[in-house]
Design a protein around this ligand. Structure first.
Ligand code: DQA
Length: 146
């Protein structure tokens, strides 16, 4: 049994990308943080990052088909605010998804205030930086143990 950490566009640049907003933690650091948290719960963890909208949809389909994924930590980046396809994929797969954002989109530009994913997310964690991913893994692991 495993948790999937799925990161969308521009998150491969974490560490150097607008550090005043996203911090200096790299994606590798984030993934290591998540792996540690999953291990603490006795779960495996796999990580995927893609800059492509369809790649995120594919990753959700594959996670659902695999049958061993107890939940998905999803930072869809900018696609959060635009992607009906991703919303539909979450609905279609019925995977428990925790929507994560490093920053708090509600404290930023108006176009970031809408999330197509929040209505179908199990939970939303925003503004907690890299720790938000760890909280999301903890939430999914705790829930899957019940
Ligand atoms: C983000 C917030 C989004 O608005 C933005 O497009 C991102 C990152 C975050 O983690 O804070 O790419 O999802």
């Amino acid at each position: 049994r495993r948790i999937l950490v799925l990161n969308g566009p521009n998150l491969n640049l974490l560490g150097t990308r607008e550090p005043e907003i996203y911090g200096t933690t790299t994606l590798a650091d984030v993934e290591a943080l998540c792996a540690g948290e999953a291990q603490r719960h006795g779960l495996k963890l796999t990580c995927t990052q893609t800059n492509h909208e369809g790649g995120l949809v594919d990753a959700l389909h594959e996670a659902a088909a695999a049958g061993d994924v107890v939940g998905v930590v999803l930072n869809a980046g900018a696609y959060t605010h635009t992607s009906v396809a991703l919303l539909d994929a979450v609905k279609a797969t019925r995977l428990p998804v925790v929507e994560v954002h490093l920053s708090n989109p509600h404290a930023r530009e108006a176009f970031r205030h809408t999330s197509y994913l929040s209505p179908v997310a199990l939970a939303v964690i925003a503004g907690a930086g890299a720790d938000g991913y760890r909280y999301a893994v903890d939430l999914l692991a705790t829930r899957s143990a019940r």
